[in-house]
Ligand binder design. Sequence first.
Ligand code: GDG
Length: 468
Amino acid sequence: MSRLVAVSNRISVPKRGAAPGGLAVGLLAAMQARRGMWFGWDGETAAAAADEPSIARKDGVTYASIDFDEAEYKDFYLGFCNGTLWPLFHYFIDGFRYNDEHYDAYQRMNARYARQLLPLLEPDDLIWVHDYHLFQLAQKLREGGANTPMGLFLHIPFPHIEVLRVLPVYGEILQAMLAYDVLGFQTEPDVQNFRGAVASVWGPQALTNERTVSVGGRRVITGVFPIGVDVDAIQREAIDSQNSDACKRMLAGLLGRKLMIGVDRLDYSKGLVERFKAYERFLETHPENQNRVTFLQIAPLSRSDVRAYAEIRRDLEQTTGRTNGRFADTDWTPIRYLNRNFPHDVLMGFMRSALIGIVTPVRDGMNLVAKEFAAAQDPADPGVLILSTMAGAARELASAVMVNPYDSRGMAHAIQLAFNMPLAERRERHQAMLEVLHKNSINAWHTSFVDTLESVVGRQPALKLRAG
Ligand code: GDG
């Protein structure tokens, strides 16, 4: 069986006592099944980046990690990845910035990933690359002589060509993507946007059939591989952690009130400001529910070196202060807003204790929190998921209470509906979600992607691409 080499911008090198997150668990399962290697950045910056990756081994998986120097961190990671690609691919054209130096750093870093990975490769490896940081990796690896199957899975949305073409180098990015053999997306609209972009550059004849695009003699498989969760593992975590100190303390603090929970990285794509305003509106328009519900928002800080992230943090602090100032009582804080991390099992316990899970991104590739919330519920007495139609997950979790994250009146109404939803309806909606979650599990995600990658073994035509 071929070895599976996973490459992502960031990898979780196992440390004593630290449990990997859901995505890492899924990838590790795929790598363990095939004697895998995980290659990427270890999250550290150094004055000068080391020439050689550091190698560690655990449970049949090799971890090869590289570090970034300060300029690479600033220009590649904060600059092009999170200042250019992330906002644009989430349709934030106003927040998007383009800078040639940042793009140069992006190209150099994709080349460095390739240079440091190439000596570690074996001839029959399958290479599975993750996300927007590494659009050009396959191209650079092939320029360095690698001719093994390579697939890219994009965790974030792929924008429509009318948005994509705002990026001055969009043609180069698209061309580089065609050096992969398999391109996987979260949802059907993402794959259609990609195919539309290819058609607009190389003409409709490039769309050779519903699943492939062909340019310059290369055939690339395009497909939808919705990422999922391990429902049984989440159920176990949620049940076990209900007895943890963290869960007991949180529940005791509610003084019998209902809980509404949100869990998101602090990111402007997650719709937090809009969500907080909708909750304020709910308390205003449904005064009978004041003092009967507490909204717990867990929002660990991310990318705080990017200016837009500092701005959203300020907005949230203001909105929280205003709502709590307006409605709080001596024994009730309407919003509990925490910028800190919790262990994953504790989060699952919190979710199981909640009557409402609120997941309202303004744009999201999938959103695993929505799936985790549904998976963590007690099927006999499940909570209600309020879900934005802008999340990829909305295409699968159709029985959630759907909202437009910009519609604060609609969201206030949805909170009221969820708050009063009869048990029979909660069960029915939850059951429908569980069926989808079991079908599109994390296991189905990595198995179907790796099987597709394996299907291209032995048929990799030479790389010859030209726009026109
Ligand atoms: C990208 C795409 C796509 C959150 N806080 C804590 C914590 N988390 C965990 C959640 C969940 C994960 O982080 C977040 O997943 P999301 O899917 O919501 O979001 P992104 O980070 O934006 O991920 C997204 C995803 O890739 C996968 O393809 O769904 O659309 O943007 O698992 O539970 N985990 C711990 N402590 C926390 O405080 N341990």
